[in-house]
Design a protein around this ligand. Structure first.
Ligand code: HEC
Ligand code: HEC
Ligand code: HEC
Ligand code: HEC
Ligand code: HEC
Ligand code: HEC
Ligand code: HEC
Ligand code: HEC
Ligand code: HEC
Ligand code: HEC
Ligand code: HEC
Length: 297
């Protein structure tokens, strides 16, 4: 807010007089010529001309009373029309009001008008042509780092410490339209997973994985309706114990015979037609016991 041009308060008069009586300072003209006090410049033009910090001449209005009381020049009573917060409070007037004499009117309030060089130089993360130029969305005037930026997509687990440009690839990095599905970025991990039969799993990784780490996988994604592992004989068996047939990518990448030796169970199937006697795949039990249970028929 610009301070309105107004007469200085004359309540200061007795104070000045008091100071004078106490001999604290030399007699000043102020208490003898109060009527002229709205024309400070008629007596104080030399001070105006020599003022260096900030430079006044040709830059600030000559209406001293707008910014000064009669008590002292420093500090001034000037209320800057644009809040000087954070690092701006300590900046020299002439750092923003450049030129000789400095220009005050028409100074831009847009961050980027003064901070374009920092924007261009920013490397971590790269800003130029990648981030919007409305710095205030992500930065305060205190310091550039840390930024107040709220990432629009929760960066949880391992993602919290991943460099921006690992996800926002390219030169300059692309931000808009970054894939949000796990598989958009983790296809390679999926394809190269040493865990057998991954390609038989859906690509919605979050069904079985959190962003913390691939191992251990979280349970809960098993098709209980088809083959229960939360109840019955197959409770508490680790996923990889059953799904352990390398190269088998179908749902039946399950090794049953490691626990149920073919020969051992032959005896139980003497009345059952079709129980194999020769070589059989390691998951042959599942073709008859599709849910891993015995049913009376
Ligand atoms: C728009 C506001 C403004 C106006 C108008 C203004 N000044 Fe100032 N002046 C300031 C500010 C701000 C300072 C710095 C105060 C500080 O450092 O706390 C200052 C400082 C000064 C100083 C000390 C300068 C130095 O280099 O140490 C003098 C002397 C001064 N002003 C005189 C004047 C006189 C005389 C006038 C009128 C003819 C005037 N000012 C008008 C804002 C103003
Ligand atoms: C008729 C002349 C005259 C007018 C008008 C006048 N002054 Fe002064 N002012 C003086 C004189 C004389 C002194 C004391 C000598 C000196 O310090 O230079 C002084 C001193 C000052 C001082 C210095 C105090 C100090 O401690 O160093 C300030 C600040 C000041 N005046 C501000 C103002 C302001 C603001 C106005 C307008 C509201 C004003 N003066 C109007 C003559 C005037
Ligand atoms: C960090 C940058 C910055 C600093 C430091 C700064 N200013 Fe400003 N100043 C501005 C901006 C921006 C405006 C424009 C505000 C607006 O138009 O709303 C402005 C406006 C002004 C104006 C009003 C100009 C007009 O007539 O419209 C004056 C006078 C002024 N500043 C004086 C000063 C003085 C004196 C200092 C030092 C004490 C200072 N400024 C320090 C950025 C700054
Ligand atoms: C009129 C010019 C101007 C405008 C507008 C401006 N600044 Fe500044 N800013 C400066 C100056 C001058 C400095 C001090 C010198 C420096 O460190 O660059 C500064 C310093 C800073 C700093 C501290 C830099 C450091 O290295 O510590 C930050 C952060 C900052 N400004 C952020 C902003 C933001 C955010 C905006 C927009 C809301 C903004 N600035 C608008 C001129 C400006
Ligand atoms: C979309 C958010 C966003 C916007 C908009 C943005 N920044 Fe940043 N900026 C960041 C983030 C995030 C950082 C990293 C902060 C950290 O490391 O804590 C950063 C860091 C910086 C750094 C330090 C870079 C380095 O390499 O050390 C500077 C300087 C910077 N920003 C300047 C700017 C300027 C100037 C603007 C406006 C022209 C701007 N930023 C706009 C998010 C943003
Ligand atoms: C683990 C991956 C990942 C990391 C790390 C990451 N981002 Fe993102 N970012 C995303 C995803 C996913 C989106 C969402 C895209 C969408 O909503 O369209 C996104 C969105 C954004 C957007 C909004 C783009 C827009 O306009 O829609 C910005 C800006 C952004 N990120 C900046 C950053 C910055 C700066 C960093 C580093 C501090 C960072 N990101 C780190 C994945 C990441
Ligand atoms: C925009 C790209 C992107 C998206 C989307 C994404 N990630 Fe990531 N993720 C990364 C990057 C980059 C890394 C770090 C490099 C690496 O380890 O692959 C990472 C790391 C990880 C890690 C740590 C890997 C390790 O070796 O420690 C896990 C676990 C992970 N992500 C899981 C997920 C899951 C689950 C989802 C879906 C909810 C997901 N990610 C979505 C990019 C992404
Ligand atoms: C139906 C559940 C399921 C789905 C869906 C799934 N995974 Fe897995 N994944 C597992 C299981 C179970 C393991 C073995 C973890 C263990 O040993 O604790 C595993 C292991 C992995 C490993 C190997 C970790 C290692 O170092 O041994 C990677 C990499 C992996 N998954 C990536 C993915 C990716 C990427 C996706 C999505 C595109 C995905 N997975 C989808 C269940 C799943
Ligand atoms: C006792 C053996 C066994 C254990 C332990 C087991 N599974 Fe399964 N799983 C199977 C069998 C058998 C099927 C096939 C069911 C069907 O489709 O009829 C299957 C099917 C699946 C399917 C569906 C595949 C598809 O293509 O439809 C997923 C996903 C799966 N298992 C993931 C897991 C995960 C994750 C774990 C650990 C939490 C796990 N399994 C533990 C035996 C097991
Ligand atoms: C980690 C060892 C292990 C694996 C692997 C395993 N089972 Fe079992 N299974 C058991 C145990 C223990 C029992 C209970 C004792 C028994 O009946 O032999 C059992 C019982 C059974 C039964 C009888 C259940 C009932 O209702 O009485 C069937 C049928 C069966 N398993 C089928 C399968 C099939 C099909 C697979 C492969 C997809 C499989 N099992 C893989 C350990 C395993
Ligand atoms: C050709 C189909 C077929 C195959 C292959 C097969 N079973 Fe069976 N199994 C049956 C039938 C039919 C029964 C009689 C009960 C029933 O109908 O569920 C039975 C009964 C059982 C019983 C109960 C026996 C008893 O003592 O009452 C067990 C345990 C069993 N099977 C486990 C297995 C295991 C383990 C495998 C693989 C090593 C396997 N079966 C392979 C069809 C099959």
């Amino acid at each position: 807010m610009r301070r309105v041009l107004s007469l200085p308060s004359w309540s200061a008069r007795p104070i000045l007089l008091g100071l004078w009586v106490l001999g604290a300072c030399q007699p000043v003209a102020h208490d003898r010529v109060p009527a002229m006090s709205d024309q400070c410049e008629s007596c104080h033009l030399p001070e105006y001309r020599s003022a260096k910090n900030p430079v006044h001449e040709g830059a600030l209005p000559q209406k001293c009373a707008v910014c000064h009381s009669t008590e002292s020049w420093i500090p001034s009573e000037f209320h800057h029309p644009w809040a000087l917060t954070g690092a701006h409070a300590k900046a020299q007037c002439t750092a923003c009001h450049t030129g000789k004499p400095p220009k005050y009117k028409g100074t831009s309030t847009l961050c980027v008008d003064c901070h374009k060089p920092q924007y261009v130089a920013a490397k971590n993360p790269v800003h130029e042509s990648a981030l919007p130029t409305g710095c205030e969305v992500c930065h305060s005037t205190k310091a550039w780092t840390p930024s107040a930026f709220q990432h629009p997509w929760a960066l949880t687990g391992a993602h919290a410490t991943v460099a921006c440009n690992a996800c926002h690839t390219g030169t300059p990095p692309k931000y808009k339209g970054t894939g949000q599905q796990c598989v958009d970025c983790h296809r390679k991990n999926y394809d190269s997973s040493p865990y057998p039969g991954h390609q038989s799993f859906p690509t919605t990784c979050q069904d079985c994985h959190s962003t913390k780490a691939w191992k251990p996988a979280s349970a809960g994604a098993h098709p209980e309706n088809l083959f229960p592992i939360q109840t019955g004989a197959h409770k508490n068996i680790a996923c990889a114990t059953c799904h352990s047939l390398p190269g088998v990518t179908s749902k039946a990448n399950t090794d049953c015979v490691q626990c149920h030796a073919q020969a051992k169970y032959a005896g139980k199937h003497q009345d059952v037609g079709g129980y194999p006697t020769g070589t059989a795949p390691a998951n042959f039990c599942v073709s008859c016991h599709t849910d891993g249970r015995v049913h009376d028929n």
